[in-house]
Design a protein around this ligand. Structure first.
Ligand code: HAM
Length: 415
């Protein structure tokens, strides 16, 4: 059957798949709550400044990927490309600004106008957490540990954790100068994007995947070694805590992450089942400016791509949860039986038993086919003679076994 496709980079989630999504969401809620996080739901669109101030004007997301439009009053709005900036906008009026810890998690759709590919969508879904208000290497390490705990509970094994430090803005001047000095003489041999990055955001060169740039990236100076002592001590503490908790990780000096709000710890988790788009989750510590405030809000958090969690899980052969099957199909033979079954279905449902029936007169065979298609566990057959005798026939679809049951006893017989 011809299907009308949704816009490129988006997709429909049908009931058969919804069970897997629900399971991820329930796992997230259960695990995050163990760490004291509560759910926050923020708007799917925000004033554009929230993202421009928050993520940074020079980031790829802000420059190229945002879905921005004007409302009727001429205000610029943007579909959220990520969750952190909107959550911080929401928390900016709270005590998180005054050093009180706020632990929140969220899940839902995000929008980025990227070129669609396997595991890369224009509407995708994230599950994320933010711990705002406090600064401590212990919180950064706990956040990473919680992400790993969540993945473990999702049945996702075989991930690799990379971490790095971005220092603080005051640290970066010397490192930036050293990187520029290193890359500038080779600009002509580097990709077009990197030539622009050299002027506007030299750090992003470290992240470049183009073949022609790799030689120069490999030879780049270790930026973190040029950061101040406090920043280096902070990062060492994070690494020590992770090591102490036997969490395997690799320090990756090239890991800069694409958003400008990060300070100190950044991390990314990859999975071999994902192919080219192999980042399953990413995060770090940040200082984020919300519009109308000149003081940044500080926090640490991560987000995992839900589509990618599902792909990783499938690549490991973890079975998808089966969707709920209706308990009983009420098969009616004749108008009286149908009227009776309509009332019976209502009683069963109010008693917590899922029931299904066909509202048009259909043959026994056709109704049995429907019962099969919806994978009903039982069929309850009611015709004129059963109504008279007060006993319908209950058929167990798995065993084929059939027995007489009075309508009033059906609910108990189905338990
Ligand atoms: P991010 O690395 O941009 O970080 O995204 C987090 C995750 O979202 C990625 O690792 C990936 O799994 C998924 N993702 C991103 N873009 C796409 C896409 N186009 N299609 C499918 N999945 C995608 C953030 O968004 C930060 N807000 C994370 C964070 C929270 N940092 C601190 N707190």
């Amino acid at each position: 059957m011809a299907k009308t496709a949704p816009p490129p980079g988006t997709g429909d989630i049908f009931p058969e798949e919804a069970a897997s999504w629900l399971q991820l969401e329930q796992t997230a809620r259960r695990v995050f709550q163990l760490y004291g996080y509560g759910e926050i739901r923020t708007p799917i669109f925000e004033f554009t400044e929230v993202f421009r101030h928050g993520l940074g004007d020079e980031t790829e997301v802000v420059q190229k990927e945002m879905y921005t439009f004007e409302d009727r009053g001429g205000r610029s709005l943007t579909l959220r490309p990520e969750g952190t900036a909107g959550v911080m906008r929401a928390l900016s009026g709270t005590d998180a600004m005054n050093g009180v810890e706020n632990r929140v998690f969220y899940m839902g759709p995000m929008f980025r106008g990227e070129r669609p590919a396997a595991g890369r969508r224009r509407q995708f879904h994230q599950v994320g957490v933010e711990n705002a208000g406090r600064v401590s290497p212990g919180l950064d390490a706990e956040c990473i540990a919680m992400l790993l705990h969540f993945l473990e509970e999702c049945g996702i094994t075989g991930t690799s954790l990379m971490i790095n430090t971005r220092g603080v803005p005051e640290d970066r001047k010397d490192a930036e100068a050293a990187l520029r000095e290193h890359f500038a003489p080779h600009a002509a041999e580097m990709c077009e994007d990197c030539r622009v990055r050299l002027e506007r955001n030299v750090w992003r060169i470290l992240d470049c995947k183009q073949e022609c740039c790799q030689k120069w990236i490999d030879a780049a100076p270790d930026a973190a070694s040029l950061f101040g002592q406090d920043s280096r001590d902070y990062f060492r503490r994070v690494c020590d805590i992770l090591a102490d908790q036997n969490i395997p990780f690799r320090v990756e000096p090239r890991l800069v992450r694409g958003l400008d709000y990060y300070v100190h710890t950044v991390f990314e988790l990859t999975h071999p089942g994902l192919g080219a788009q192999n980042a399953i989750a990413g995060g770090g510590r940040y200082r984020l400016l919300t519009p109308g405030s000149n003081r940044p809000i500080e926090g640490v958090g991560f987000a995992a791509g839900m589509e990618r969690l599902l792909i990783a899980r499938e690549s490991l052969g973890v079975p998808a949860p089966a969707p709920e099957r209706p308990k009983v199909f009420l098969l009616s033979l004749g108008e009286k039986a149908l009227a009776f079954n309509a009332k019976l279905a209502s009683e069963l449902r109010h008693g917590g038993v899922s029931a299904f029936l066909e509202y048009e007169a259909k043959s026994m065979k056709s109704q049995m086919r429907t019962a099969d298609r919806i994978r009903a566990q039982y069929v309850y057959i009611l015709g004129e003679s059963e109504l008279e005798s007060g006993l319908g026939q209950l058929k167990n679809m798995a065993t084929g076994e059939q027995k007489p049951v009075a309508p009033g006893d059906l609910s108990a017989a189905l338990r």
